[in-house]
Ligand binder design. Sequence first.
Ligand SMILES: Cc1cc2nc3c(=O)[nH]c(=O)nc-3n(C[C@H](O)[C@H](O)[C@H](O)COP(=O)(O)OP(=O)(O)OC[C@H]3O[C@@H](n4cnc5c(N)ncnc54)[C@H](O)[C@@H]3O)c2cc1C
Length: 538
Amino acid sequence: MPEIKYSTIIVGGGIAGLTSAAYLSAAGQKVLLIEKNRECGGLVNSFTHDGFQFDAGVRALEDAGIIFPMLKDLGIKLDVVKSKVSLGIENEILHIEDLSSLLKYRELLLKLYPECKVEIDEVLKVIRKIMKHMDVLYGIENPVFKDLKHDREFIFRKLLPWMPRFIFTVGKINKMNMPVEEYLTTIVKNTSLRDIISQHFFKNTPTFFALSYFSLYLDYFYPKGGVGKLPEALKNKILECGGEIKTETKITEVIADKSLLRDQNNITYKYDNLIWAADLKTFYKITGTEGFPSKIKTSFEESKTKMLKNRGGDSVFSLFLGVDEPLESFRKIANGHFFYTPSKIGLGETHRGELNYILTNFERIDKDQILAWLDKFTGLNTYEISIPGLKDPEMVPPGKTGIIISFLAEYDLFNLIQKAGWLDEFISELENRVLRVISDSVYPMLKDKIIARFSFTPLSIEIRVGSSEGAITGWSFQKFMPVVNKIQNSDHSVLTPIPSIYQAGQWAYSPAGVPMSILTGKLAADRVLKKMKKFKAT
Ligand SMILES: Cc1cc2nc3c(=O)[nH]c(=O)nc-3n(C[C@H](O)[C@H](O)[C@H](O)COP(=O)(O)OP(=O)(O)OC[C@H]3O[C@@H](n4cnc5c(N)ncnc54)[C@H](O)[C@@H]3O)c2cc1C
């Protein structure tokens, strides 16, 4: 049967692919979005288990001057609430309300590290400076989502006055690109304090990105019904505009010189333009360029080598719990989005030297040694704790609470343990330790009240969204970055060596996350539309 030809096919129904597809179908293109899972959303996803609604990926969303403008631009209404954040270390818990909470953060740190006053003040000075930069960066609605041809008020009242400040700020930001751990050694001598400030970021996160998090804590919001309501709204928009969505369809081959895709059932799809909004290593592995001129082939091979040499960034382990205890018990302690560190000692070498030792000497290390390391790792780590019911009480059965406890986790460790044949045992040991640490510290009522319990590992993420090394925000910061990583060049992040193929999402730009995935999704759609317009005009 001859395949149907689409003006644009988008592979990957995560937030990036959905954004591209929504804009292209709204512009009247013949669009097909292909997603390998039964549901769209990728790492922005919610699900129900035994009456508890949980978020599988990101726990709350940051607007970043991107999400609300995108929704407005597409005419999508989303019912949202503020997702309030608390920060806690040992018995000290701070509820972040506004900018003045930064002073309370200072007090909290001083209480725990009284000998580090000068260092704490220096860190706070830098955070404050970065927050000012963030105010500029996200100070206006992102122009990519505005109608710059017709919205004269936006152009003259907002964009033009903002531009010089933006250019100045970008210069400042680019100077703070060094890994946060390295940067902190220049201003903080106390290793515990250094860890407490930086250990919940990905390894080698650029300083600007890491220390901007205080701004982002104030920016978090939560769609009523779960973060999955955002992809659901985009999906509805695509269908309403006549776009097609094909789920449970995995693309296994890109025959780029013939503008063809092949899926797992050997069905082929023809396109004028392709937007690849999924794992980029997979794209380079499954794409053939045979019939192209040698210039394209060479450039493709060069990119391929760069991509395949690299790896995804840190992954995450998430423990999901249904608890027979009302929301009120938890509300008294912290907000529904809570970054908690049970010990002020800090991870130190536990997740660096000691973990690397385990990984490189895995064959010679026995189970007990790994479990002893796990004791330390879980006792000293920082946890992101999300309680969806505290943001939207409809997310839980009456009188009960659903909790997600997560932390950054090393894909290679889970992979090696799986190969060694004791993954289930390891997961159970890990869950037990996390539960012990959290019940012995911040939520004592957890202990005997758990009625549902399961977890997702880096391997689950790799399987579910096809993300290399189970990465949740694209490329590792520990190696050479194979994609655009400067905000002023973000427009180029969506280009590939093949003129009819664009890329979008967490692998297209670094540092990534939901807002940047949406932005690249829109930029890729814009490129396609611009090209089609040019094509029509000639
Ligand atoms: C626990 C957790 C916490 C997070 N916290 C934050 C946060 O606080 N802030 C933030 O900004 N971000 C956060 N993130 C990251 C953020 O969710 C992701 O970076 C973002 O959602 C990536 O979107 P994407 O569309 O680029 O990719 P994905 O969500 O990975 O979507 C890719 C889609 O492509 C599909 N696919 C893959 N291969 C194929 C194929 N061959 N054929 C067809 N379909 C395919 C996948 O199934 C998937 O649906 C978090 C993520 C997690 C898991």
